[in-house]
Design a protein around this ligand. Structure first.
Ligand SMILES: Nc1ncnc2c1ncn2[C@@H]1O[C@H](COP(=O)(O)OP(=O)(O)OP(=O)(O)O)[C@@H](O)[C@H]1O
Ligand SMILES: [Mg+2]
Length: 169
């Protein structure tokens, strides 16, 4: 399944992340894709907030992986700096994915063959200074259920418009 929506501010994107964090379960895998500055980390900060993570969440670009304690554990990856898929082993990528943590993987699309079959892919695109198109694609039943529940809860949030990203501009 696929769904699209748009946000009109960074706060709105953080809000949709927060809504995802409130419903995401242990072991879920969410891939975040989009250009530099598209808003992947903004959305991830919202997810952490929704999961009840108390500390401030920063971008794991230089650390590759940061783990936070919330309602369930949150594993936040940023694969931007990895050069080859074999480096995923060094950070125990698959072990963490199977550890029961809710996993957010920025730049997860860099190594598509490394991903499990059922993932929620959230693709952000820059459509203006303050606007972002957000495309959601589920590749299995578990992520489809999560996506449906998520999109239903964000429809009422300020700064969020559900629909096709191109129509919304
Ligand atoms: N609607 C919006 N949603 C998200 N971010 C927005 C929006 N409008 C403006 N911004 C700004 O865009 C930037 C997004 O930065 P962020 O670090 O989240 O990007 P990123 O996709 O994680 O980039 P990188 O690949 O470098 O990690 C922030 O400065 C944020 O304030
Ligand atoms: Mg980032």
């Amino acid at each position: 399944m696929r769904r699209s929506f748009a946000t009109s501010s960074a706060e709105a994107t953080r809000g949709v992340g927060r809504a995802l964090g409130e419903i995401v379960g242990a072991g879920a895998v969410v891939v975040l894709t989009g250009d530099l500055g598209a808003g992947k980390t903004v959305l991830a900060k919202g997810v952490a907030e929704g999961l009840g993570v108390a500390e401030e969440v920063t971008s794991p670009t230089f650390n590759i992986l940061l783990v936070h304690v919330g309602r369930v554990e949150l594993a936040h990856f940023d694969l931007y700096r990895l050069e080859r898929e074999s480096e995923l082993e060094d950070i125990d990528f698959w072990g963490v994915l199977e550890s029961g943590a809710a996993c957010l993987v920025e730049w997860g699309d860099r190594f598509p063959g490394a991903l499990p079959p059922d993932v929620l892919t959230v693709s952000l695109s820059i459509t203006g200074d303050e606007t972002r198109g957000i495309d959601v694609a589920a590749s299995g039943p578990r992520s489809a259920e999560l996506a449906e529940a998520w999109v239903a809860t964000i429809a009422a949030l300020p700064g969020v418009e559900i629909g096709d990203a191109e129509e919304l501009g």
